[in-house]
Design a protein. Structure first.
Length: 102
């Protein structure tokens, strides 16, 4: 019984050392920030309505950002690092709004 318990503890310690050895203790910090949505105004809108997305990290290059309404790509009208103006696409359905950097 004690030998089995000792073997189990030895196996657990071995896995712990393997796990700790595989971790990246000094990850390289990314210089780019991920876009973060803080507001969507209005929260609900019909097809073709203008929507203002507030947040941070959007950048200023229209070619590098995409906005999706529940996985349906929307056309960005204006863009700044903290704001996006777009229209609800015709094919959009109820669901999350996402901003993705290409």
């Amino acid at each position: 019984m004690q030998r089995s318990l000792l073997n189990i503890c030895l196996i657990l310690v071995t896995f712990l050392f393997i796990y700790m050895g595989c971790r990246d203790v000094n990850p390289v910090a990314s210089t780019e920030s991920e876009p973060a949505i803080k507001s969507v105004i209005p929260a609900e809108a019909p097809f073709g309505a203008t929507v203002q997305i507030g947040g941070k990290g959007f950048g200023n290059d229209l070619s590098e950002q995409e906005v999706y309404f529940n996985n349906t790509l929307a056309q960005i009208e204006t863009l700044s690092d903290t704001s996006i103006q777009t229209k609800v696409p015709l094919e959009a359905t109820t669901g999350p709004v996402m901003v993705i950097t290409k």
